[in-house]
Design a binder for this molecule. Sequence first.
Ligand SMILES: [Zn+2]
Length: 477
Amino acid sequence: MDMIRERNIVGPLAGSAAMVIAVGGATQLDQQAAAWLVVVAAVAAIAAVAVPLRPWWRSPVTAAERRAALEHLPAALVERGRRMSAALVWSTWALLAVRLATVPLLIVAGTPVADWVSDPGQPWYLRAGLATLVLAGTVAVLEATPIWWDTRSRGTASTKVAGPAGLNTAIGVLASTVFWTVKILGLTWAMHLWPSWWWLALIAAYAAARLAARALLEPGTVQSAAAGGKPVTSDRLRQRVAAAAAGAGLRSPKILVVEKPGPLNAVVGGVGRQKITVFGPGLAETTDDETARPATGVEDEAVAIATHEVAHIRYGDGWLRMLTGTAQAGFTLAVLVLAGTTPALVHAAGAESLADPHAVGLILAVLTVPRLIAVPVQMWLNRAQERRADQYALHTTGDPQAVAASWQRALREVGGDPNPGPTYLVWPKPASHPVLAERLATALAFDPPTARPATAMAGAPTTAPVPAADADIASPA
Ligand SMILES: [Zn+2]
């Protein structure tokens, strides 16, 4: 219980300070020393986020308990998910093989491609842009077949994939090509503007952009979760969510309850007085406070889900993700700088420096590699935050039945494999949340007597002391 209620702001503050000091102090050093300093600061920032999350690094349940939890799910859906994972095996490894094989090829292909698509006399942005279009487009085409199979296989068992796999893959090839071209042009443009410290400026710009997105875009994203639905005007569910937020010591978030078809879920976002939107089918019938009907199952599930979102606000998980994202960007760019200051690599690419249009293949190749490490680490921390939010919801609602029911519902409404093998942790799309079987097993194993009574919490003052320190930032589900 104490483990659930305590908050750690020292770690994230120390991690943020490490990044700020490294990015500021790096300008006093030569490029290589500066890049190493930023690598060390990025690792320190990740550690500062990771250490307080220690109890949630690993699944709290055993593999046997996860398998046992599958008994509480419809056998046909479990089997459908298992078949999906089996089908994903070859595309997973094919995609990794293509990705790794293209790294050396891109390095040596940069110069011939740039000279093939443009003349040395043309402006750098035209040369770099055209070369990136060809190189990134080729990689996207090479990856298209395994990605098509991946999308198709996921579509058989999950509502997260909509539309024909062929069309989705074609759009993906185009989007990836354009995305990389814009990204490489942005990078080389910054290199031309600030020849020495372009990468430090980009790390700072990344952090500023994440902050701006939180403040300006997130409230709109949370609002858009209500699109296509009908706001529920009666009050009880809203009051119960507000009570959960008050129990967490939060400034009262704005709470919107929306009746709409599709999965039952909630999102949270914004800065300051955040907004929580709870949406799903059956909510209109759950909030009739005038007749004081007993809570329906879906209302208790909605409260459990919303309490998980409240936990994200309370623990400042949105800030933690901004910090780990900035550390990832810093790590990736520092690795790029280290590559750019390694003469053997730059010569192998036939370039003079990273700003040379001949180097776009080298940049594309080098950006691939740190992400293979950084993204799985970031997602591992994400899953730890999700476990903490799940534990918080279990402890403060004291209602493991409602939590378990919400996971059973999620499999029916969203699908997927409730208990995939270990590759889901690392590649190609490292999972941002714990697997459903783990979350269900955790709820089933939860012992309610250690928690506060469930139904008494609505509207009742919390008995647990709540620190006055703020945690007024949120993150999307
Ligand atoms: Zn969450």
